[in-house]
Design a protein around this ligand. Structure first.
Ligand code: MN
Length: 291
């Protein structure tokens, strides 16, 4: 698959739009619509045919994936609904549904926040991660509200960021460390656009939120459990995503795919030097480090 041509101005020729709320979700169409308003942009929607929230980065390998192309009414819009997960959708899109790599993948706009540890469970964020694994710049966008969600502002914000990031990357203003794709997780606070307090570049808040399960009995006396949880408390002022959104700031967290703990890498290299010696395999000592 060839890389997509990008205009010098950073204009986006082809965008992949996906989500985890399903192909009928309002947030997805706010996003697709905002990109279509940009004259030359071609929008490819490849999204799950049903709600797939909290499906994480799961993929389908034990059963086939149905793909259904839907009429769009305009040559600049292509729509595919799949029976797969968000990660499946992105894999499919990058492996042949699209004629060439998209300039960028945008996932959302999710109904509800994806902050802190949510990124490990979120289908919205996983779709963006999958695009980045495929070498494509990607943005995940969520609105931190579940009712009366205002998607249009978040959609236009996402399009502006997408254009700015691409333009910056082309002009060298935005560095791609190691040549890696740019991967952003955006959360828009649940306030009216005029009440947004600003934009913050943030890090993930990894303080563990309180998990709990509701326990009930069914009519036959058997117990069932339903996972609930407590909303994040962003009561301190810090540089985290949770804190930013609680202060009505739009949070932009740059993510990277490499989960390797580089400090532990160095320490473990020392500690494990004699492991095979301890087991009596002295002759294998250091073999894996080439010593
Ligand atoms: Mn969702």
């Amino acid at each position: 698959m060839e890389d997509a041509p990008r205009g010098k101005s950073g204009e986006i020729r082809r965008v992949l739009v996906t989500n985890d709320d399903g192909v009928l979700a309002e947030g997805l169409w706010a996003l697709a619509g905002a990109f279509l308003k940009r004259g030359g942009t071609e929008v490819w929607v490849v999204a799950p045919d049903r709600e797939r929230s909290a499906s994480g980065h799961s993929i389908s390998i034990h059963h086939p994936i149905e793909v259904c192309e839907r009429p769009s009414g305009t040559p600049r819009l292509h729509v595919y609904a799949t029976s797969g997960t968000p990660a499946d959708c992105v894999k499919l899109a990058l492996s042949g549904l699209l004629p060439e790599k998209p300039a960028i993948t945008v996932s959302g706009i999710n109904r509800g926040p994806n902050l802190g540890q949510d990124v490990f469970y979120s289908g919205t964020v996983s779709a963006a991660l999958e695009a980045a694994l495929g070498g494509v710049d990607a943005i995940a966008v969520s609105v931190a509200a579940f009712e009366q969600v205002e998607y249009d502002f978040a959609a236009h914000f996402a399009v502006t960021v997408a254009e700015r990031v691409l333009r910056g990357a082309l002009n060298g203003e935005v560095r791609r460390p190691g040549g890696r794709p740019i991967l952003l997780n955006i959360n828009v606070p649940a306030v009216r656009p005029e009440d947004v307090a600003g934009v913050a570049i943030t890090r993930l808040e990894l303080t563990r939120p309180r998990d709990f399960f509701r326990k009930r009995q069914d009519p036959f006396g058997r117990c069932w459990y339903w996972m609930a949880g407590e909303a994040y408390q962003g009561d301190t002022v810090s540089d985290t995503d949770v804190s930013a959104v609680s202060r009505n700031l739009i949070s932009i967290t740059p993510l990277k795919l490499d989960l390797t703990d580089t400090e532990a890498f160095v320490e473990l290299s020392e500690v494990t030097r004699d492991l095979l010696g301890l087991l009596g395999y002295d002759h294998l000592r250091g073999a894996d480090t080439g010593e």
